[in-house]
Ligand binder design. Structure first.
Ligand SMILES: [Zn+2]
Length: 82
């Protein structure tokens, strides 16, 4: 695998979307190539930061509570209402 191919796979790898054989080749390239390793680390950090921002800004407490209530309603067994 060369850097161009690895670069294409970086974001898919961060999202866990690589096939087993793609991932194997990709990780092998990372073990041999510092540049792509740095890029991969950056991509992972970026994804984490984005996830944190989504949690912070897109899910106010009221929404989280509402989701939790919905979830607990859905998981109740029917006989609990009898
Ligand atoms: Zn590379």
């Amino acid at each position: 695998m060369n850097c161009k191919k690895a670069g294409v796979l970086i974001s898919a790898s961060v999202d866990g979307e690589l096939s087993a054989s793609e991932e194997q080749g990709f990780l092998l390239h990372l073990s041999e190539c510092k540049e792509c390793r740095v890029e991969f680390d950056d991509a992972k950090k970026t994804k984490l930061i984005i996830q944190e921002k989504i949690i912070q800004f897109k899910a106010p407490d009221a929404l989280i509570v509402a989701i939790m209530q919905l979830t607990s309603l859905n998981t109740k067994e029917p006989h609990l209402y009898e």
